[in-house]
Design a protein around this ligand. Structure first.
Ligand code: SF4
Ligand code: SF4
Length: 92
């Protein structure tokens, strides 16, 4: 059966997580951000708003680059994971 929900679709991806973070956010800059467009742009829900602070976890990243594009404060330092690491789509 084909996956239908976003969670189902994400569940068929395989990750070989690079211990070296390929995305870093500048929390000092995020603290000055009011609109938080990254919260709405990230398809993998890697950004969370907790008690008015943005937190970020890179482990579920889909490598789409949306966060880098929507962040107009240049708070996202972004690179692809190292070769051999990252996401394999539709693996399961
Ligand atoms: S849009 Fe940029 S500055 Fe604003 S919370 Fe997200 S990463 Fe931080
Ligand atoms: S690259 Fe895409 S999936 Fe990864 S954190 Fe940014 S918006 Fe989310």
């Amino acid at each position: 059966m084909k996956p239908t929900s976003i969670e189902d679709k994400l569940a068929v991806n395989k990750y070989d997580i690079d211990k070296e973070r390929h995305i870093q956010i500048r929390e000092d800059i995020c603290a000055t951000c009011e609109a938080h467009p990254c919260l709405y742009a990230c398809p993998a829900d890697c950004f969370k708003l907790r008690e008015e602070h943005i937190t970020f976890s890179y482990e579920g990243c889909l490598e789409c680059g949306s966060c880098r594009i929507v962040c107009d404060k240049e708070a996202v330092e972004w690179a692809l994971p190292r070769a051999g690491f990252g996401i394999c789509y539709l693996f399961g």
